[in-house]
Design a protein. Structure first.
Length: 127
């Protein structure tokens, strides 16, 4: 069931590093808002994939070494091939839930007027 405030149904995200921590938190938050999520892990099987399937969204497990440019290009191409489209997202540091909430908002229609901005999600702390 999608969160009312951040309705991401019909959108597709590719989230890297989803085996734990921030990546897993962002994937779960996007799925809880209704987005379909392609999840990346260095190796298969992707642990987060099964959890997302249980949430009722489409998901795909992708693997690859993000230090290899060709592999990152392949992740995007494979996401488009398997999921049909992609909403660009960027990974930042912070607590998993803080970052996930910001990502879900920025990917939603509610943030449609926000363009070209750097949004700090740091709780007022400078690291």
């Amino acid at each position: 069931m999608a969160m009312d405030l951040f309705d991401l149904r019909g959108k597709v995200a590719l989230v890297t590093g989803t085996s734990r921590g921030l990546g897993a938190g962002m994937a779960r938050a996007l799925a809880s808002a209704g987005a379909d999520v392609a999840v990346h892990d260095r190796e298969r099987p992707c642990a987060t994939e099964e959890h997302l399937r249980g949430m009722g969204v489409r998901t795909a497990c992708l693997d690859g070494d993000l230090m290899d440019r060709a592999a990152t290009d392949r992740l995007v191409a494979e996401t488009l091939e398997r999921m049909g489209r992609l909403v660009p997202l960027e990974r930042r540091w912070g607590s998993a839930q803080n970052i996930a909430d910001a990502v879900a908002f920025l990917a939603s229609d509610k943030a449609g007027y926000i363009t070209g901005q750097v949004v700090r999600v740091d709780g007022g702390m400078i690291v």
